[in-house]
Design a protein around this ligand. Structure first.
Ligand code: NAD
Length: 495
């Protein structure tokens, strides 16, 4: 068991050090270095985390391997029952989990609540697998049947980023574990505490020891997971730079690997767009979670005469209050990085319509307010690179064709959206943007369960999606069984 997180407001609250969970035992990571876990709203250490070594990873895999035989023999309905129970416990602890996410990541209470609820939705999808994962069977010729059975892979692992400490692990865990695997999670060392609560909730729900393991840490632990030959599949969510390293290194040891990376999401606004709906939605997309979402708007492609909509976006952006409407940035280093992009765009000729630089919090912390840059060009770093902060770059073009070309030229392909009242324009954009998750009049087009989450191009390495049925397919392998019990009268090549 672990301690409950006692916060019920944004007031600074400490939490015990984040630990590993290996074979049902809570233990300290073996590395000598420890990192502070900083509450970004206060800029103060609320906890600490040790860094796991290759030895810790090996022990976790060993414990998972020992648990696999028993766990995979449980009928899928019984495996799902544990997740029904864990889901009930999450509802019981909704406030606690919400405050924990808010404190360790910085997002507002409402944003943290939405994250926890989305994590619970992922749990519900996992609970539904007994109804969805039945194999398929067909009589393929006279007297001959072919059947597909989805079997677990064994020990599998996930590596997750700082921006959704509760939800992103739950993109992976329910499908993997209800699918019959034993799972090793390496959460971001920046936000290790929600994962600890997850481990405790799974324990309380009755998940057998070793089925879920937790190794805290950073690069060394990830590299050990990539290299370990006892791990059959590895999913990663984080920046494209690290996604590339993990994809190559994980595949080199024969694993199935799926890596979701960074983003530069383009929202296209055409003159017939509904001004209120568009402005409200664009602002929510680029400022939600302080822009620290892989689905956040990053470039507003303004087609033709849409100045009235830009004015409304600026008005709404300027009215947002940091601290209440928008949370802090994750770290001081991130504030420097984001400020650098804004400074550089300004020096290259962009106009700063709304300036979020230099904001101070009431109790310290790391802040940047909503920032709107106009007359950005796609050649400026702010116009083509991932900033991962509350900054929206406006690029002006004359035609929809130019807008689509601009969107298509960017190497990322996570999300894209169009704002229009014309079905024809929407259909054209939806068939032409080069992105895996697309929106019409919606700036955060997350494909909710049962649809699978995953981008295209540099936003994803590997095949399929991380959530929905694709997630289940990733964590399992299909066994095809062809059966004949009787002699056939009409012979064929199958006989
Ligand atoms: P990150 O890439 O820095 O870290 C992600 C994970 O990789 C962490 O667990 C970290 O410990 C580990 N890691 C970091 N450096 C490593 C290295 N050199 N070798 C091996 N492992 C390493 O990402 P972040 O800053 O935590 O998260 C923000 C990024 O994640 C953004 O780029 C964002 O777009 C992306 N993201 C993508 C999605 C998606 O679904 N596509 C979702 C959420 C976040």
């Amino acid at each position: 068991m672990t301690d409950r997180f006692p916060a019920n407001s944004y007031s600074f609250t400490e939490s015990p050090p984040a630990r590993n969970l290996i074979g049902g035992e809570w233990c300290d990571p073996g590395g000598s270095e420890r990192l502070e876990v900083i509450n970004p709203r206060h800029g103060r250490a609320m906890s600490s985390v040790g860094l796991s070594t290759a030895g810790d990873v090996a022990r976790a895999v060993e414990a998972a391997r020992a648990a696999f035989g028993g766990w995979s023999a449980w009928p899928v309905r019984e495996r799902a029952q544990i997740f029904y129970r864990a889901r009930e416990l999450m509802i019981r602890d909704l406030d606690e989990l919400t405050w924990l996410v808010s404190h360790e990541n910085g997002k507002t209470f409402d944003e943290a609540r939405a994250e926890v609820l989305k994590g619970i939705e992922c749990m519900e999808y996992g609970c539904s697998l007994p109804n969805l994962s039945a194999g398929e069977k067909l009589t393929v010729s006279r007297g001959v049947t072919c059947e597909v059975v989805h079997e677990p892979l064994g020990v599998v692992a996930g590596v997750t980023p700082f921006n959704f400490p509760f939800m992103v692990p739950l993109w992976m865990i329910p499908q993997a574990i209800v699918g019959g695997n034993c799972f090793v999670l390496k959460p971001s060392e920046v936000v290790p505490l929600s994962a600890v609560r997850l481990g405790a909730l799974f324990e309380e729900a009755g998940l057998p020891a070793g089925v879920f393991s937790l190794v805290q840490g950073g690069r060394q632990a990830v590299e050990a997971l990539c290299d370990h030959e006892g791990i059959a599949a590895l999913a990663f969510v984080g920046s494209t730079r690290v996604a590339r390293l993990v994809y190559a290194r994980g595949a080199a040891s024969g694993k199935k690997v799926l890596c979701l990376g960074g983003a530069k999401n383009h929202l296209i606004v055409v003159p017939d767009a509904d001004p209120e709906l568009t402005a409200e939605n664009v602002v929510a997309s680029y400022t939600g979670c302080a822009g620290q979402r892989c689905m956040a708007a990053s470039v507003l492609v303004a087609v033709g005469e849409v100045q009235h909509i830009i004015d409304e976006v600026a008005r709404r952006s300027a009215a947002l209050q940091t601290g209440t409407d928008m949370g802090p940035i994750v770290s001081e280093a991130a504030v420097r990085r984001i400020t650098g992009y804004i400074d550089q765009a300004e020096s290259m000729g962009a106009e700063v319509l709304v300036d979020g630089r230099g904001i101070q919090g009431d109790s310290g912390g790391y802040w940047i307010g909503p920032t709107l840059l106009d007359r950005v060009s796609p050649q400026m770093p702010a116009g083509c690179e991932e900033i991962f902060g509350p900054v929206l770059s406006i690029v002006r073009v004359d035609t929809l064709e130019q807008a689509l070309q601009l969107e298509n030229t960017n190497p990322y392909g996570n999300a894209s959206a169009i704002y229009t009242t014309s079905g024809d324009v929407a259909a054209k954009a939806m068939s032409r943007v080069s992105a895996g998750m697309c929106g019409v009049n919606i700036g955060v087009p997350v494909p909710r369960e049962p649809f699978g989450f995953g981008g295209w191009n540099d936003s994803k390495l590997g095949h399929g999606n991380i959530t929905g049925y694709d997630g289940f397919r990733f964590w399992t392998r299909p066994r095809k069984i062809t059966t004949k019990w009787a002699l056939q009268s009409d012979q064929s090549w199958m006989s």
